[in-house]
Design a protein around this ligand. Sequence first.
Ligand code: CA
Length: 229
Amino acid sequence: MSAQRPYVLVVEDEPAQREVLAYNLEAEGFDVGRAESGDEALLLLEEASPDVIVLDWMLPGVSGIEVCRQVKSRTDTRSIPVIMLSARSEEVDRVRGLETGADDYVIKPYSVIELMARVRSQLRRTRPATVGERLEYEDIILDAETHRVTRQDKLLKLGPTEFRLLSTFMEKPGRVWSREQLLDRVWGRDIYVDTRTVDVHIGRLRKALCQHGGDDPLRTVRGAGYALG
Ligand code: CA
């Protein structure tokens, strides 16, 4: 899994549909996990936390509804957006789907373009910087499209790692990130980097954020990690 790219888990038992979805999501620049059953989906969820789950309703074994129910009942996975896919179009089923906590509901046959738009719309909430959104925190503005960061309208010079660190913080102000979580998100989990490297880049980011003055907005949380604000 590479750093920063959103990770989308596709759970679909029809191989052709699964591949079309995976192909299109990869073409969007996302990392894609594939599961062909509910059981496999639950296993993959133990390994890594997706940014969005695209979940077929009718699956062999554990159904899509049951997977959704489990995702939404666990505190560590509850906030992952789930887009349910279903061939059923009756209103009653739609209601049932939403009752399980699904964030969106798409009826088969769907247009891939439409589904991609729904995925991006969920990512806008969970990973805004990865879909080119403009992030704001107090007097800091980060434009993910142009890779420009300003503070009090003055352009900040940031290295690429510091930019990725800052966009991670700005996606969830107030959240405390451990060094390991920052390594996963900013460097990627496949790369071995010492956790002290995180401290070095946090130091550079702090300096960069204050290059035209202003207070240091980053907070060191003893024994836990770092947070913005
Ligand atoms: Ca199916």
